[in-house]
Design a protein around this ligand. Structure first.
Ligand code: SF4
Ligand code: SF4
Length: 345
C-alpha cells in the first residue's frame, strides 16, 4: 500500500490535501483523467499480484497453462484470476487501512507486546503541550504544537496521534514528515512526532536493550535458525509412496510375494532429472508397471510398481520396506512403506 499504491496515487493526484480537494470537487476533465489513470494502473498491478498469488497456489506451470491454453479448458483458473484481481483492487483502492484496523489481528496483538520501553510513532506531549495557535510574539505560546492538525489530515487511518498510541496506527510515519515540515517553518527542532518510547518522553531515558527485547530477539533468532534449517535441508526432489488401495499381495514365480505401489515424485529443481526407485535391501526387487523415467523441472510424475520380496524374508503379516529415490547415482530420499504378506508367515 505505502510503497506502491500510495506512491502512484501521490504521483497522479498529489499530496493528502490535493487529493481531498480533488475528491470533494466537481467532475472535471482533470478529475476524470486523473481518476481513470490511477484506477487503470491499480487494476493492472492488482492483476499482476493476482497472477503471482495464483502461481503461489497452483504453481507457475499451472498458471502458464491457464495463460496459453484456450479459456474453455480453464474456466475455474480464469475466473479465479479475475476474482483475485477484483479483491486486490478493492483492498488497495477502497478498503485500504480497514484491512489493518479491522481484518488483520496484528494491531490488536501489538498492544500486548508493547510496554513503556517500546519504540513507536509517538507525539512528544511533554514538548508539544499545551498546544495552541502560533503566537509570533512568543508571549502566549507554551508548547511546540501549533495545533495545525496537519498530522491528523495526512494520517491514512484518520487518527490523532496526539491522543497517544492507538491500535489503528500503521506506523506509516506520514505524521512525522508533516509535523517536521511545520517545525521547519516555525524554526523549532524537528521530531515533535517521532519514534519514541514512553520512557524517552517522560523520563528522558535513551532506548536500551531490555529483557523483553532480549526475549523477542531470542524468539526471532530461534525462528531464523528453524527457517534456515528448513531452507538448507530442503531437497530438490520429493517422493510419496502409497500401497495401492484395496489390493492385497500377489504370489509370484520363484517364491516371491509382491505388492503394488503408487508413487508421486516431485522435481523442484531447475533441471530435468532421471530417477529410479530401489529397495534398500538388495534382496528386494522393484518391477515397474509405469516407470518414472525423467521428471521434468518444476513438475511431478506418477509411477506404479511392484515390490517383490522373497516369501522366506517375510516374518509377519505386515513388513516395513525402505525404498530409495535415486537420481544420478545419488540417494535423494528414503521412505518407509508397509508390505502386506500372506497370513501364514
Ligand atoms: S503537525 Fe505537529 S504542530 Fe501540527 S498539530 Fe500535529 S503535532 Fe501539532
Ligand atoms: S504513523 Fe502517524 S500518520 Fe501513520 S498511521 Fe500512525 S498516526 Fe497515522
Amino acid at each position: 500500500m505505502e510503497m506502491v499504491f500510495r506512491r502512484i496515487e501521490i504521483a497522479i493526484e498529489g499530496d493528502a490535501n490535493k487529493r481531498k480537494k480533488l475528491d470533494a470537487g466537481q467532475w472535471s476533465n482533470e478529475k476524470i483523467w486523473k481518476k481513470s489513470l490511477k484506477h487503470s494502473i491499480f487494476i493492472i498491478i492488482s492483476f499482476l499480484i493476482a497472477n503471482t498469488f495464483l502461481a503461489y497456489i497452483i504453481g507457475s506451470q499451472g498458471l502458464i497453462k491457464i495463460i496459453i491454453e484456450p479459456i474453455n479448458q480453464h474456466w475455474v483458473g480464469f475466473f479465479s484470476i479475475w476474482v483475485f484481481t477484483i479483491v486486490f483492487y478493492l483492498v488497495y483502492s477502497q478498503v485500504r487501512e480497514l484491512v489493518c484496523t479491522v481484518i488483520c489481528p496484528y494491531g490488536r496483538l501489538q498492544g500486548v507486546l508493547m510496554d513503556e520501553h517500546t519504540l513507536v510513532v509517538a507525539y512528544n506531549d511533554v514538548r508539544g503541550e499545551p498546544r495552541g495557535k502560533l503566537d509570533r510574539t512568543g508571549l502566549l505560546q507554551k508548547g511546540d504544537c501549533v495545533d495545525c492538525s496537519l498530522c491528523v489530515a495526512v494520517c491514512p487511518t484518520g487518527i490523532d496521534i496526539r491522543k497517544g498510541t492507538q491500535m489503528e496506527c500503521i506506523n506509516c510515519t506520514a505524521c512525522i514528515d508533516a509535523c517536521d515540515e511545520v517545525m521547519d517553518k516555525i524554526h523549532k527542532p524537528r521530531n515533535l512526532i517521532g519514534y519514541f518510547s514512553e520512557d524517552m518522553i517522560r523520563a528522558k531515558k535513551k532506548p536500551s536493550f531490555n529483557i523483553r527485547m532480549m526475549g523477542y530477539s531470542g524468539v526471532i533468532a530461534l525462528l531464523l535458525v528453524v527457517l534456515s534449517y528448513f531452507i538448507f535441508s530442503r531437497t530438490d526432489m520429493d517422493i510419496t509412496v502409497m500401497r495401492s488401495a484395496g489390493m492385497l499381495y500377489q504370489e509370484q514365480p520363484n517364491g516371491y510375494i509382491s505388492n503394488i505401489y503408487n508413487a508421486d515424485i516431485t522435481n523442484k529443481a531447475n533441471t530435468n532429472r532421471p530417477v529410479t526407485i530401489r529397495a534398500e535391501d538388495p534382496a528386494i526387487k522393484i518391477r515397474y508397471i509405469q516407470a518414472p523415467g525423467i521428471v521434468a523441472k518444476g513438475s511431478d510424475v506418477k509411477t506404479v510398481f511392484f515390490v517383490l520380496i522373497p516369501a522366506n524374508k517375510l516374518q509377519s503379516l505386515k513388513t516395513d520396506v525402505r525404498l530409495q529415490l535415486i537420481s544420478g547415482n545419488k540417494i535423494i530420499e528414503t521412505v518407509t512403506t508397509t508390505f502386506v504378506g500372506p497370513l501364514n508367515n
